[in-house]
Ligand binder design. Structure first.
Ligand code: ADP
Ligand code: ZN
Length: 725
């Protein structure tokens, strides 16, 4: 059974492996056990009911409250060749009628419905004429009054369920609170044992929290690291959104604003531009994000402090849904805390207490010197047991062991003292580094003995140290102004009675936005592929990610597939997409590779479990190599596989490159159109320069031999061929 699910996973969706819990959930649903799915955003909830829907014989009904998400799912499923329709209030009566007749014709596997549409007697009548195998309830927290998004229609879904007693029910949500989880189970009458709760740790998100110093400069420096890559910048207030949008536009960035103060039509248009990749960055208030399914958001920048860890988590959760690395940077400023406190103080007593708790949890997250995932996951009731995640600023700073920082600590503490304990870390750092800021001049701090004694460390490093001094109780910070004061513990260190141990690097760290596994990617080719994707997307009027996810394009630019079979082995390439779009991309890759003499690289199999799914594609070069050794000719093989001669030559090269022997290569020589004299020159050049790269050979021969010939003669050379005139 699960084997079939895996085949669907590869053939339809083009994915090699299940994400955590997907397999268990699918198995449970197929056994017709009601299932509660709790997974963070981007965890892959949709697949949990879409695969069973394709395994069941009859209809799967999906209840979804957000029409934009419904539209997105429809586009994606249609591109995958899955029969799916939606019924909701935005359809014209003609579209509505067409969709209904498709349902009645049995032409549809998955039906998306808004809850209010499902509850209409008309809809129920249509459904009762068909067998319903599965009812999936997306955003299931809407059923609970405890949830942040309670919808009364959701309560009535229980009645609908009763009308289809044979249908298995799946409820899905990203809400982590146990109260809501329990409520969903009770409302829908589930057994507790059928809840699947995934970890809320999103391992592909790089978490960084940096002190806010010069926020505009920090923002531009940050987004420069992501040329052409989609991202969101969150601000607290509408005005801030407008101002920052103007500044960034002036600086030449591609940005659009989004907040509740903009006219509906403009807001929607900006969102659409972002999704379609006409615009790179959205600057937004928290109003932005619900109903956005864009999987390739590569960064989220919090320009201002979010209101709670929950909203921080929800907002960063919009990044990297495709599982590729995404960078989340929060600029943490004490003046922001001041602003939030001001809002909090307007609240009633009970609300105030809760808000203060939320805020201090957030400050704890920002100030920790340990792995950020520890307080973050802790907040959601999950224990993070690893000491270091390697994917947050604190872990990436590399230094695992504590070192003796007594001297810099003494410098910092005495500077705090000499500045009369009324300044924050920023000013102290300016004094230590000998800065000539207005404040330094105003208070005549260049006359202090601690002025300019700390140039050996960067601003960031001094901030890092001050955080550790705070955490270790050597400093106290005024919550309103951020000013620092010494504690008795600090005096112990200042007087040299105690050592101070902590983490600080000598060099500023550079956190690169690209993961190692992606750094093999040929950027120039990737850009070309992305342009093609955009062109195809615009032609069919869908967002680019519906054509292929980023990861597919990256794999194309890593493995350079030269045939439909190799293309099929890549992430995200199922049968239908390969047929519809494959040739466009293969053409670009072939042209690019031929001009540069880049051979196809076989995609290595990382997970032994996926071997069973291996089509002959990845191993094609082995089959071709063996067939050649058993006596087949290149021409025969090209005909057998209905491919060009160069494809066979590439397969044979991969065969040899993996260490296999080929039978004598006289045939290769026979295919060459070069004179014997020139052939000899080519072979000698290979001998001199090696065979790994063709470009140097091409150039050494003054570009007079084509790449096709070089491919051929390289094979001849590797198969032991020699030339004699
Ligand atoms: P959620 O609804 O939980 O936020 P989605 O269902 O939208 O998440 O999935 C997020 C992204 O992950 C989508 O682009 C989806 O195609 C992709 N995805 C889901 N399952 C897998 C998988 N097993 N392998 C690779 N990608 C997957
Ligand atoms: Zn970490």
């Amino acid at each position: 059974m699960i084997q079939r699910a895996k085949i669907i996973l590869k053939n339809i969706f083009g994915y090699d492996d299940f994400r955590p819990l997907q397999q268990e959930i699918i198995e449970n649903i197929i056994r017709r056990k009601d299932t509660l799915v709790i997974m963070p955003t981007g965890g892959g909830k949709s697949l949990c009911y879409q695969i069973p829907a394709l395994m069941f014989e009859e209809l799967t009904v999906v209840v979804s409250p957000l029409i934009s998400l419904m539209k997105d799912q429809m586009e994606q499923l249609t591109a995958l060749g899955v029969g799916a329709v939606a019924l909701n209030s935005t359809l014209s009566s003609e579209e509505y009628g067409q969709n209904i007749s498709r349902i009645l014709r049995n032409d549809v596997r998955i039906l998306y419905l808004a809850p209010e549409t499902l509850l209409m007697p008309k809809t129920l009548a249509i459904l009762s004429s068909r067998r319903v195998d599965c009812i999936a309830i997306d955003e299931a927290h809407c059923i609970s009054e405890w949830g942040h998004d309670f919808r009364p229609e959701y309560r009535q879904l229980v009645e609908v369920r009763k009308q289809f007693p044979k249908a298995v029910c799946v409820a899905l949500t990203a809400t982590a609170t146990p109260g809501v989880q329990k409520d969903i189970q009770i409302c829908l009458d589930f057994e507790a044992s059928n809840a699947f709760i995934a970890s809320f740790n999103r391992i592909n998100l790089f978490l960084q929290i940096a002190p806010k110093t010069n926020s505009v400069l920090q923002t531009t420096e940050f987004i420069k690291k992501f040329p052409n890559q989609p991202g969101i910048i969150y601000c607290l207030a509408r005005k801030q959104v407008d101002d920052l949008t103007k500044t960034l536009t002036k600086a030449g960035f591609s940005v659009k604003p989004y907040h509740a103060g903009l006219p509906d039509i403009e807001r929607r248009r900006n969102q659409e531009h972002f999704i379609r990749e006409n615009v790179q960055i959205i600057v937004a208030t928290i109003a932005f994000g619900m109903g956005i399914n864009k999987p390739n958001i590569r960064f989220v920048l919090h320009y201002d402090l979010p209101q709670s860890i929950e909203s921080y988590y929800q907002q960063i959760g919009r990044a990297g849904r495709d599982g590729l690395r995404a960078h989340c940077l929060l600029l943490f400023g004490y003046s922001d805390i001041h602003k939030i406190k001001y809002f909090i103080n307007q609240k009633a007593d009970k609300e105030k207490r809760i808000a203060i708790m939320h805020l201090s949890a957030l400050i704890g997250l920002a100030e920790t010197g340990n792995c950020r995932r520890i307080p973050l996951l802790n907040y959601f009731g999950e224990k993070y047991t690893k000491a270091a995640c390697g994917m947050c600023d604190n872990c990436a700073s590399g230094q695992k062991t504590l070192c003796d920082l007594t001297i810099p600590a003494q410098k910092f503490l005495s500077c705090v003292k000499r500045c009369d304990e009324i300044f924050g870390a920023e000013h102290i750092t300016d004094v230590l580094r000998g800065g000539k800021t207005q404040k330094v001049i105003k208070f005549n701090h260049q006359a202090l003995s601690t002025y300019g004694i700390g140039k050996e460390y960067s601003k960031q490093e001094w901030f890092q140290l001050s955080r550790q001094l705070l955490q270790n109780g050597l400093l106290l910070q005024d919550m309103n102004h951020g000013s620092l004061k010494l504690t008795p513990k600090a005096w112990e260190v200042l007087r040299g009675k105690e050592l101070f141990l902590g983490k600080m690097e000598a060099k500023p760290r550079d956190i690169t936005p690209v993961a190692d596994s992606e750094s093999d990617c040929d950027q120039a080719l990737f850009e070309r592929l992305r342009e093609k994707r955009k062109e195809l997307a615009d032609l069919t009027n869908v967002p680019p990610y519906v054509i292929f996810p980023d990861k597919t394009l990256i794999e194309m630019a890593v493995f350079f597939p030269q045939s439909p079979e190799s293309l099929r082995s890549l992430h995200g390439v199922g049968a239908i997409k390969s047929e519809r779009y494959g040739s466009y991309f293969l053409e670009i890759i072939a042209e690019y590779c031929n001009a540069r003499g880049i051979p196809e690289k076989p995609k290595t199999i990382l997970n032994p479990e996926s071997v069973i799914l291996e089509t002959a594609a990845k191993r094609r070069h082995l089959i071709v190599g063996e067939a050649y050794n058993s006596g087949k000719t290149i021409v025969e093989l090209a005909a057998d596989y209905n491919v060009k001669r160069i494809t066979i030559i590439n397969h044979l090269y991969n065969y040899i490159a993996e260490g296999n022997a080929l039978r004598s290569g006289n045939e290769f020589q026979a295919h060459s159109d070069l004179t014997l004299h020139l052939q000899t020159e080519v072979l000698e050049t290979f001998k001199k320069l090696g065979t790994e790269q063709l470009k140097p050979v091409f150039e050494a021969l003054n570009e007079k031999v084509t790449y096709d010939e070089l491919h051929l003669l390289r094979l001849y050379y590797l198969a032991g061929g020699k030339c004699s005139e």
